[in-house]
Design a protein around this ligand. Structure first.
Ligand code: BGC
Length: 757
């Protein structure tokens, strides 16, 4: 990993060199890059701009590679500030040349694209990256994405998505870092840094966009775009922290979300866009709407027409409008009528120009057209993608069959995801090409093809395939093999934006396929490749081992092959709770306790006596049919080795709010292979002025241990990190008693106690 990061740094430097040489003609003075210098350049430019030019900066269009001639006049008049969906360096330079050389003020255009988990080299989908619990690989993945995308001239991506996702029906959880505010915060911040570096003007830096601000993941029923009803306290305790972390990490831009929360669409929500983002967090980048989310406020019934939409967006604090043109069309009239002030417009334009200056666009508007050839699919990039996919895989069950050893002389490879080049890339892949994707089938052949007889019989051609005719062939293949490897899951189209599901079982005839294979009597290893947690209790029970992969990207195949044959050891952990049944949703580990938590001895449906008395079951908070536990808890994941936690010690049992608690423990590898454990620290605030979650993740660490090796590990937890928004809506640490766990998942371990004075 370290070597890869070094080589990434080298690539960055090499690419910078190229770009510096390609410096171009432009009308602005070379900047010294300081904030004061940038502010004065912003003011000087602003003072020369006409209203049309200002509104032009606030206007983003999507070209999708359409005719440049058609855009020419608008660009030359300075009426476009940003273009979405251009990916070719030559075209991008041509467009930029019109802006820089033909427009009156020569303001460069900000080229943007959804580079969500890689540009050409596709990394695991973000929920998979979260499963690594490794901020360093997530940083490197974002760096690779930025190096590749900027090589074509793209300088702004709409990522990271730091929405909290607690509903596996919601297709966009694939783009998220899961259910936990802390994990999402640190992963989002690492992604921002990876895209932007510490110097936005580095030509390989790409402006990040923290989205979707805010609450989008709480869509009712897990149905995309749906309304949310998040109270201010929940917003502040659960949904805002990851955005604050992105802002603190320097995210250059924010995107508003599609949802209305408590009746107010985010694009018209002054409370979040101004009071929180600007006044409390001091964010000085710019805010873009989501795709047409300004004009969609008409559909919401929040705006009467596009005039109203433009006014409400700008008054709420939006700076740039994505594709719905209400700003350019309606704001001149709104200014005339006094519904929007010139000051509102100037502030928005300042925010946009500030980021363009920080990106160094005025000094270096063009990209070197020869960069892409070296950058795209570079060997180091593919290697990083493989390492990330390896760390992202989660071993859910293993009766000892994995890793496969030399005794396995033949394997049957079955299932629709074994050789799905397109689908293993996952959602939001606009630029990755399936021809570059290495599938498990190809990788396994390459890894062991000369020693192991591989019988490939997919059984079903795609994940929704209901044609059962092939299942018998798969079963026959299984009969001939020592071990069955069944690759099932979801095509990429089943998750992502607008792709929600009310049933998250395996689709098509995949359940029948697994059932039939399980009856053959050969060890069944089920490898799942999916965009979301699935309800797979049956399949887990029928399999000897289950290796779960969120869509793993270009190099998913080699990562999975290495894991199956023990060249790599699983270390991923679940960033989301897996329900047993869809009816348990929402189900997440950091829930409140209720007044009637389960006691653990509750009677479930099959054991209820006939005509049982109304209150005889104890009146506790659980489902009669599903009980109270998930299928797998947050933070869960097995290894090929085992770990033992001991001597968990607190530096003090009684601390003040400005002290730091040190939690030390011994972690031992008690198995026979080297492995990496993600040690997790959870805390419970036992009594609050408002009720508190039963556990909250506060720290984690990846610890690699040789067989029998023990390491001393220490977490530092400033007591200030226990603050939350309390009954008075103040962010404070409330004195009192706390429980603390150090364990390998959110359900294990025994609590220790400490108190805060
Ligand atoms: C999505 C955003 C995305 C934008 C631009 C919208 O539909 O919600 O996440 O960045 O499109 O493509």
């Amino acid at each position: 990993m370290k070597n890869n990061m070094k080589s990434l740094a080298k690539i960055s430097m090499a690419l910078c060199g190229f770009v510096a040489l390609s410096a171009c003609t432009h009308q602005e003075q070379i900047s010294d890059g300081s904030n004061a210098d940038i502010e004065s350049r912003v003011e000087s430019l602003l003072s020369k701009m006409t209203l049309e030019e200002k509104l032009g900066q606030m206007n983003q269009i999507s070209s999708f590679g359409g005719s440049i001639d058609e855009m020419h006049d608008l660009i030359a008049k300075g009426e476009i500030g940003s273009i979405l969906n251009e990916v070719d360096a030559k075209r991008i330079n041509q467009i930029q040349k019109i802006a820089v050389e033909e427009s009156r003020l020569g303001i460069p255009i900000l080229m943007s694209r959804d580079v969500i988990h890689g540009f050409k080299t596709i990394f695991p989908i973000p929920i998979g990256q979260a499963a690594t619990f490794d901020t360093a690989v997530v940083y490197s993945g974002a760096r690779v994405a930025a190096i590749e995308a900027t090589s074509t001239g793209i300088r702004w991506t709409f990522s990271p998505m730091v929405d909290i996702a607690r509903d596996p029906r919601w297709g966009r959880l694939a783009e998220s870092y899961g259910e936990d505010p802390y994990l999402t915060s640190v992963m989002g911040a690492a992604t921002v840094k990876g895209y932007q570096t510490d110097n936005l003007s580095d030509p390989t830096a790409m402006a990040a966009c923290a989205k979707h601000f805010v609450g989008y993941g709480a869509a009712e029923g897990g149905r995309d775009y749906n309304s949310t009803y998040i109270t201010e306290r929940q917003l502040r305790n659960i949904y805002l922290p990851s955005f604050k972390a992105s802002s603190d990490a320097g995210a250059a831009t924010f995107m508003t979300s599609f949802n209305d929360n408590d009746g107010v669409p985010s694009t018209g929500n002054k409370f979040v866009l101004k009071d929180v983002l600007r006044d409390e967090w001091k964010f000085d980048g710019f805010v873009v709407t989501d795709w047409a989310s300004a004009s969609e406020m008409i559909n919401h019934g929040f705006c009467a027409d596009s005039y109203d939409a433009a006014v409400k967006s700008v008054k709420a604090g939006v700076d740039m409008e994505m594709v719905s043109y209400t700003f350019v069309k309606q704001l001149p009239e709104a200014i005339k009528r006094g519904d929007v002030s010139m000051n509102d417009i100037d502030n928005a334009v300042r925010n946009i120009l500030r980021i363009k200056f920080r990106l160094g666009l005025f000094d270096n508007p063009y990209t070197n057209e020869s960069l892409a050839e070296k950058a795209l699919y570079a060997d180091q990039h593919l290697q990083m993608a493989k390492e990330t996919a390896t760390e992202a895989a989660i071993l859910l069950k293993n009766n000892g069959i994995l890793p496969l050893n030399d005794k396995v002389k033949s394997v049957a490879i079955v299932g629709p995801m074994a050789n799905a080049q397109h689908d293993q890339m996952g959602t939001w892949v606009f630029d990755g090409e399936k021809e570059h994707t290495v599938t498990p089938l190809t990788a396994i052949k390459e890894l062991v093809g000369n020693k192991v007889n591989i019988i490939y019989e997919p059984g079903l051609t795609y994940s929704r395939d209901n044609n059962k005719a092939g299942i018998i062939k798969a079963v026959n293949a299984a009969r001939k093999a020592d071990v069955v490897l069944a690759f099932v899951g979801e095509e990429s189209i089943l998750s992502g934006e607008a792709h929600c599901l009310a049933n998250i079982d395996l689709q098509g005839a995949q359940k029948e396929l697994i059932d039939a294979l399980s009856k053959v009597g050969k060890p069944l290893v089920t490898v799942i490749i999916s965009g979301r947690p699935l309800t797979i209790a049956d399949e887990v029970q029928k399999s000897a081992a289950v290796l779960f992969n969120f869509h793993p990207g270009t190099m998913g195949g080699p990562a999975i092959a290495d894991l199956l044959w023990g060249n790599a050891v699983p270390s991923g952990k679940l960033p989301m709770t897996f329900p047993k049944y869809v009816g348990q949703i929402p189900i997440y580990y950091a829930h409140n306790n209720t007044g009637r938590p389960v006691e653990g001895n509750e009677v479930l449906i099959d054991d209820i006596p006939l005509e049982a008395g109304q209150t005889s079951l104890g009146c506790r908070s659980f489902y009669l049919d599903a009980g109270w536990e998930p299928l797998f808890p947050f933070g869960y994941g097995l290894s090929y080795t085992t770990f033992e936690y001991s001597d968990i010690t607190l530096s003090s049992n009684s601390l003040t709010t400005n002290e730091t608690l040190k939690v030390s423990f011994k972690l031992k590898n008690t198995g026979s292979v080297e492995g990496t454990e993600v040690a997790q620290l959870y805390v419970r605030d036992k009594v609050g002025s408002v009720t508190r979650p039963i556990k909250e993740l506060k720290r984690f660490a990846r610890v690699t241990l040789k067989p029998d090796e023990t390491k001393d590990v220490e977490f530092e937890l400033p007591i200030s990190d226990l603050a939350f928004w309390n009954i008075d809506m103040q962010y404070v640490v409330e004195p009192g008693d706390f429980d603390l766990w150090v364990a390998g998942d959110s359900q294990s371990g025994k609590p220790l106690s400490f108190s805060v004075k």
